[in-house]
Design a protein around this ligand. Structure first.
Ligand code: CDP
Length: 232
């Protein structure tokens, strides 16, 4: 099925408008907001702090613990509060997407807690959460080997597109959603999931698109961090 024009009028390789802010939650050790279109993710980092109960502690390395949650009011159909299979999965893949840039060996017996709350959802929330969390970790002063930026790519009808919105994800004739997280300097992929079908050639093209946008997100993340630490 041919998809000649995007439903919201964007070009196939055009992302929604992005905005980032660092230092939005005073009580946290680090915090940030990342917005892409109507999707808004807030992240708060606490730690490294002693991990309780103690039997969970690892004397060799710290533990990164991520918690992803979608607010009840973030979607039109009220979402029942509390964890779901979906939120458990997203928390886990978020942890994996972020863990490789943090040297957890430096923080034995501790936990670094990352809380992500989606206040507005219109697809791409796990990626927005990861981009927000990476900024919050940097803001908390956690030594990082690289940043992590994330974006969803995929296929709607017969076209490879970047940053699918909810309407596109639900496209009747078929859509494939591929959330990707990358380390912008070393170019490593730390998250790659896929919901749908795509050929190898199309996947390569989609990943190229994702790489370009991850560099753009990295610039936005750096600017938001610089803005926070600017001497007034
Ligand atoms: O948000 P993301 O694309 O990372 O994950 P998803 O599981 O593919 O969800 C896609 C979208 O479905 C979300 O961003 C929300 O807009 C919507 N959704 C919803 O309306 N109600 C839910 N309980 C879960 C998701």
């Amino acid at each position: 099925m041919s998809y000649n024009k995007r439903l919201d009028g964007r070009k196939f390789d055009e992302v929604r408008k992005m905005h980032a802010k660092v230092g939005i939650i005073k009580r946290a050790d680090g915090s940030a907001m990342f917005q892409i279109g109507d999707t808004i993710a807030l992240a708060a980092v606490y730690g490294p702090r002693e991990l309780h109960p103690k039997f969970l502690q690892n004397p060799e390395r710290g533990v990164l613990r991520c918690n992803y949650d979608m607010a009840s009011f973030s979607v039109t159909e009220r979402k029942k509060p509390g964890p779901t299979r979906r939120s458990t999965e997203i928390s886990l893949v978020t942890e994996k997407a972020l863990a490789s840039v943090i040297d957890l060996d430096l923080f034995p017996n501790t936990v670094i807690d990352v809380f992500i709350v989606i206040t507005q959802a219109n697809a791409g929330t796990r990626c927005a959460g990861i981009s927000a969390a990476a900024m919050a970790l940097a803001h908390a002063g956690i030594p990082m080997k690289d940043m992590v930026a994330a974006i969803s790519v995929g296929k709607v009808g017969d076209k490879i597109v970047i940053d699918l919105d909810k309407e596109e994800e639900d496209f009747e004739e078929g859509a494939t959603d591929i959330p990707v997280a990358m380390t912008p300097n070393s170019g490593k992929i730390t998250l790659l999931q896929m919901d749908g079908e795509i050929t190898k050639k199309e996947l390569k093209k989609a990943l190229e698109m994702a790489k370009k946008v991850c560099s753009q997100i990295y610039e936005i993340q750096k600017n938001a961090l610089k803005e926070k630490f600017k001497v007034q």
